[in-house]
Ligand binder design. Structure first.
Ligand code: ZN
Length: 181
């Protein structure tokens, strides 16, 4: 199966993280290669054996027509267009997961840097949810949820997908960022 374009490597890896092997293991040694598809487009293929059960894992993402430029500071999963791989519920789930990984105290400079990198990912994931709010709309439309995980999160708490709530969460994560330097 050829998947839609991943805008960044980080987006491809997050997509794979959310789709475990049938045995439940998410990780595998992801050897990557650029391959040509039958229609002439290029794709990025990640493949390797599952470390738990040995099953061959493989994901093939189309490469975007235009490379996504990295932002000047921080971190992002893609430019302004919404993801074609993950739905807004999966992005919010990822943001929650990253935020939970941030330790309360920062004993060392290294721990502080790790916390900052994790928070950058949480902020970037919330930004991805916001990209699904149409201009002028108050919240993410129900039709945007295409995954089981995403639909489930939306069903349980649709209010979390309101633009103002998302902006508040984003602000809260940004305030948790330790000062740079
Ligand atoms: Zn497995």
């Amino acid at each position: 199966m050829i998947l839609p374009a991943s805008r960044t490597n980080a987006e491809a890896h997050l997509y794979m993280d959310l789709r475990p092997c049938t045995c439940g293991e998410t990780r595998f040694d992801r050897q990557s290669a650029v391959v040509a598809l039958e229609d002439g487009d290029l794709a990025a293929r990640y493949s390797g054996p599952c470390p738990a059960c040995g099953r061959a894992r493989e994901f093939t993402f189309r490469l975007p027509a235009e490379p996504t430029l990295a932002p000047s500071g921080g971190f992002h999963y893609g430019a302004a267009e919404p993801s074609q791989l993950l739905d807004p519920g999966e992005w919010l789930w990822a943001a929650d997961a990253y935020a939970r990984l941030v330790p309360a105290g920062r004993a060392t400079a290294e721990a502080g840097q790790r916390a900052q990198a994790t928070l950058f990912r949480a902020v970037a994931a919330v930004d991805e949810v916001l990209k699904f709010v149409p201009p002028g709309a108050e919240s993410v439309p129900a039709s945007a949820f295409t995954s089981e995980r995403g639909r489930d999160l939306h069903r349980r708490d649709p209010g979390r997908f309101r633009r103002d709530r998302l902006a508040a969460v984003r602000d809260a994560y940004t305030e948790m960022l330790p000062p740079i330097g």
